[in-house]
Structure formats: structure tokens, C-alpha cells
Design a protein around this ligand. Structure first.
Ligand code: NAP
Length: 321
């Protein structure tokens, strides 16, 4: 066994992981949170809220709160009750053994760096990005990946949504509540979205479509001012003036560590039992966006982090009997 045995380890430190940390710390389980470390591929301790600016829909903050501040406050709250944090990335887990084994460095080493009686996975998900010039600079400054979170900031503005799937069409339709005009920019001439959602969008007078079009650059120095577009058939390049842009080309759950180790659905998300956070391996719980491709909100992630903490606490208690 490794020299760092924990009753409970939480992998991931977004709203789900930090809420699980607050609850398990207050249950005197001394959780260790392996919070991840920044990487060039967008990994981030604190999760997706670290990439946002103002958060106005997290209950309890009538004047809004900055995403990074919300995460710093949640972390401080967990630390106050005894949670400890390790700013490292998990590189391997072995869930076939009890206690579970966890590596945070060279995965080829024989011995794990940590072992845990129970494990809470809250590694989150990432929005797929376009990887074009201007995107990183303007994220949170007119460029968003979440209409529910940020739509309100675009009242009477001319905006665009990139993508042709259900997410893009749902977001475009939702955004017409606020925006004066929503252009759906799609790389083909046919949507992938379900027919009923397509119909709704086509009937909405505020939505128009730019077909066969790829965004090649997001323009603007401190906030979005437009995009450069290339027609995928004619290769003609044009510019479209905009005050905001939403990228809705899919999400990738951060589950690569758990493939072949946990039951994972067709979209790559960890399967949990209905109404709780148990995975198919006893003692392993999953919460937040890594197991939720529907709601994807900070508050729902926090709620499921609370559920995972309670589920884990009960499971650990039952092991003693
Ligand atoms: P999706 O179905 O994979 O669609 C992604 C869209 O983005 C596609 O239209 C794709 O174009 C486009 N795209 C991908 N990479 C791109 C790139 N690099 N540049 C430009 N465009 C790109 O993803 P999703 O819409 O997020 O949906 C994921 C799943 O959740 C689906 O099963 C969906 O049905 C479900 N969902 C359901 C609802 C609902 O029922 N209310 C709402 C949201 C999502 P192509 O079409 O050319 O591939």
C-alpha cells in the first residue's frame, strides 16, 4: 500500500468536486482533493468557471460573482473544514483493488502515490473549441460556450451561434429571448439537430442561417466585434460584424482516465445510477459535468457534488458494519 492512504479522494475541483469536499470535510472524512493543474490544453483547477467572467445565476449572489472568485471561495470553504488540496493531475487509477489506487506522476511506476477507500470523480467536461485566432483572448468577453449562463448579457445585440447540432439550435432559440438577431453559422448546408428543433428555429424570425461557413478568426481586441468567415465550397472569405458569439460544437467529458474502468455512455460520460451518484464500481461516485450532459450548470454540478459526498459517506459507514 502507498504511504498516502486516504478515506476519500476527490478528483477534480470544479463546483461538483469542491461541494463534495465541503460536505465530506464537514463529515470529518478529511478528503484529499486532487485538483488538477493548468495545462496548455485548457485543463484548469477550478474547472470551466475559471474561464468565465461574471456569474449571475449562482443562487446567493444577488449582484453576481466572478467565476474564479466563486471557485476560490468554495475552495476556502472546503479548506476551513479540513479538506486538503494537491495541485497535480491524476495519471492513472486502478479501481479493481480495494483500497483504490491512484497515481499522480509516472503512471508506469509500480506503486501508486495514493490509495483511497472511496473515490469521488468530478473531472468535469470541456467545451469543444474552434481553435482559431482570437478565441482564447475573447472567451468571457463576448465569446461564450453557455447560452443559459451568458445570454442575459446580450440584450438587443447582434450575435451568432456556431454549430449545427441540438446544442447550437437550442442555444440559438434560447438566445432570441435576448438578442436582436441570431445568426447560426454552420459548416455544412444541413443541420444535424433534431427535426423538431430545426423547425422551431426556422420559424423563429430572429434566427437566420449562414450555411457552408467556417469561422476562421474571432475579431476584437477587448470584446467581440465580428468574425472572419470562409465559405467551405467557394473558399470566399467575408467578415460578419457581431457583438457576441456562442460556440456550441459539442462537449468532451474528461473521462479518459476511466475508459474500460467504469461504465461510460455512448457520448463518453460516466454512467451513474438514477437518482444517485453511484457508478458501476462500488465505492466510486461521479458528480458534475463528467456524468451530466443535460444540465451542465454550476449549481446542478454543486448539487450533484453534495449528493456524491452523502452517497460516499453512507457507503463508507456501511463498510464498517
Ligand atoms: P453534436 O450533435 O455533436 O453537434 C456538433 C455540431 O457542431 C455539428 O453540427 C458539427 O458539424 C459542428 N461541429 C463540430 N466540430 C466543429 C468544428 N470544429 N467547427 C465547426 N463546427 C463543428 O453536439 P451537440 O449539439 O452538443 O449535442 C450533443 C448530444 O447532446 C447530441 O446527442 C444531442 O442530440 C444531445 N442534445 C440534445 C438536446 C435536446 O434534446 N434538447 C440539446 C442539446 C444536446 P457537423 O454537423 O458538420 O458534424
Amino acid at each position: 500500500m502507498s504511504d498516502s492512504h486516504q478515506t476519500i479522494v476527490i478528483i477534480g475541483s470544479g463546483p461538483a468536486g469542491l461541494t463534495a469536499a465541503i460536505y465530506t470535510a464537514r463529515a470529518e472524512l478529511n478528503p484529499l482533493v486532487i485538483e488538477g493543474e493548468p495545462s496548455s490544453t485548457g485543463d484548469q483547477p477550478g474547472g470551466q468557471l475559471m474561464l468565465t467572467t461574471e456569474v449571475e445565476n449562482f443562487p446567493g449572489f444577488p449582484d453576481g460573482i466572478l467565476g474564479p472568485q466563486l471557485m476560490a471561495d468554495m475552495k476556502a470553504q472546503a479548506e476551513r473544514f479540513g479538506a486538503t488540496f494537491l495541485t497535480r493531475k491524476v495519471t492513472k487509477v486502478d479501481l479493481t483493488k480495494k483500497p483504490f489506487e491512484i497515481w499522480i506522476d509516472n503512471p508506469d511506476k509500480d506503486l501508486p502515490t495514493h490509495t483511497a477507500d472511496a473515490l469521488i470523480i468530478s473531472t468535469g467536461a470541456q467545451s469543444v473549441m474552434l481553435e482559431v485566432e482570437g478565441e482564447k483572448r475573447l472567451l468571457g468577453h463576448g465569446l461564450s460556450t453557455c447560452a443559459t449562463c451568458d445570454g442575459f448579457f446580450f440584450k438587443d445585440k447582434k450575435i451568432a451561434v456556431v454549430g449545427g447540432g441540438d446544442s447550437a439550435i437550442e442555444e440559438a432559440t434560447f438566445l432570441t429571448k435576448f438578442a436582436s438577431e441570431v445568426t447560426v453559422i454552420h459548416r455544412r448546408d444541413e443541420l444535424r439537430a433534431s427535426k423538431i428543433m430545426q423547425k422551431r428555429a426556422h420559424e423563429n424570425p430572429k434566427i437566420n442561417f449562414l450555411w457552408d461557413s467556417e469561422v476562421t478568426e474571432i475579431l476584437g481586441s477587448s470584446s467581440v466585434e465580428g468574425v472572419k468567415i470562409r465559405n467551405t465550397k467557394t473558399l470566399e472569405e467575408t467578415k460578419l460584424d457581431l457583438e457576441g458569439i456562442f460556440i456550441a460544437i459539442g462537449h468532451t467529458p474528461n473521462t479518459s482516465l476511466f475508459i474500460d474502468k467504469l461504465s461510460i455512455d455512448d457520448l463518453g460520460y460516466i454512467n451513474t445510477e438514477p437518482q444517485n451518484t453511484k457508478t458501476n464500481v462500488e465505492g466510486v461516485f461521479a458528480c458534475g459535468d463528467v456524468q451530466d450532459h443535460k444540465y451542465r450548470q454550476a449549481v446542478t454540478a454543486a448539487g450533484s457534488g453534495c449528493m456524491a459526498a452523502i452517497d460516499a459517506e453512507h457507503w463508507l459507514e456501511n463498510q464498517k458494519n
